[in-house]
Design a protein around this ligand. Structure first.
Ligand SMILES: [Zn+2]
Length: 365
């Protein structure tokens, strides 16, 4: 296996477009589609464009619901693009949702707060419920239901990773009894790997000097899982090994283009933006916060309370701040765009001075 294996795997997976259009033989019923859009039904099989913004989205997008009169529906990405709509940056209707399993995993993570049925997942993936179950289990080592349980056990996972006593971890995660925790912790591969600092994961990485210090990027076959800034190359690499002490590491200079893309995300002219594949893992709540961070436009900042309000959780400022602090992919998930209520820089996992430079480069300070 050569040094570019990771980068290649990723680009292949993002190219494997999942064709939905061939299954949609009926004409799109605009009224029914509108009802699905109002419900933000992520399993709905269409895309919608907003004429006032020129952007098209998946029905489950977290953006604000547009006015009915400004909406146009499309059965395929190609149709939307032919009508000169461009893809939304939040829900990425044109991007790597290629593989049905990614689709299923993303859907489970977005709906971790309730039980998702196999029928529902079948619709999302365009497969039979039975096939979803079988493929998912094959790939993940757990059933979709177990995966959801594992997601809900995020607090447990974190506590275990920090090396706390199991009984304390169970208590911290809010499980009523150890038997329920066991049920949630019968996790199979993904969670066990995570708890063990990346054991069983293969992470390709590279380092490069950037205007913001030494940058290290780490990627699994799914995408970027670590991006950190440090004063020296050694320090940068050490941060990756600390986060994933048990993962198999492999240097891959092919990832240098991801470093460049990350730097461009801060320095390039507005509008130019590369979409890097991300392998973000966390609780459903953390994933929501990181998603909200990615929605802060370059050149703008938010306070933690503003971010919490934008997420519709005005009382969760502290939890939002904690989730920002757990971000593993600096710059691309722009936690540096969150500042103190008075505009002060507050803390930054990778150094306040670097945060200041990043914000300067973005023209927001
Ligand atoms: Zn969208």
């Amino acid at each position: 296996m050569g040094g570019v294996v990771c980068a290649k795997m990723v680009s292949m997976s993002s190219k494997a477009q999942f064709v939905r259009s061939d299954r949609v033989t009926h004409a799109l019923d605009a009224d029914a589609a509108w009802q699905q859009l109002v419900r933000r039904d992520a399993a709905a099989e269409f895309f919608y464009g907003v004429t006032t913004t020129g952007v098209f989205c998946r029905p489950g997008c977290s953006s604000r619901l547009p006015l009915r009169r400004n909406v146009r529906f499309f059965r395929t990405v190609a149709e939307a693009q032919a009508a000169e709509f461009r893809a939304c940056r939040r829900c990425k209707p044109d991007a790597a949702w290629g593989r049905p399993l990614d689709l299923v995993r993303g859907y489970l993570e977005a709906h971790a707060d309730r039980r998702v049925s196999l029928d529902e997942l079948g619709r999302v993936a365009g497969l039979s419920p039975f096939t979803v179950q079988r493929l998912f289990k094959q790939a993940m080592g757990v059933s979709p239901l177990q995966y959801q349980r594992a997601l809900r056990a995020g607090g447990l996972r974190r506590a275990l990773k920090q090396g706390g006593r199991v009984t304390d971890a169970i208590y911290a995660a809010g499980f009523g009894s150890s038997s329920r925790a066991h049920e949630g912790a019968a996790l199979g591969m993904p969670l066990a790997r995570f708890a063990a600092g990346g054991r069983g994961e293969r992470i390709c990485f590279t380092t490069a000097r950037t205007p913001f210090g030494w940058m290290v990027v780490g990627a699994t076959a799914r995408g970027l899982c670590w991006l950190a800034l440090a004063a020296t190359k050694q320090e940068a690499e050490a941060s990756l090994r600390e986060e994933f002490p048990a993962a198999e590491m492999k240097r891959d200079v092919g990832l240098g283009k991801w470093v460049e893309a990350a730097v461009r995300a801060v320095t390039a002219a507005r509008g130019a933006k590369d979409e890097l594949p991300l392998d973000l893992r966390g609780t459903a709540f953390q994933l929501r916060v990181w998603q909200a961070l990615r929605a802060i436009p370059r050149g703008e900042t938010r306070s933690y309370s503003e971010l919490a309000r934008e997420m519709g959780m005005p009382k969760s400022t502290r939890a939002v701040a904690r989730a920002c602090a757990m971000n593993r992919v600096a710059v691309v998930v722009p936690c540096h765009r969150v500042v103190g209520a008075g505009g002060s820089l507050t803390g930054y996992r990778w150094g306040v001075e670097r945060k200041r430079k990043l914000l300067e480069a973005e023209g927001s300070s």
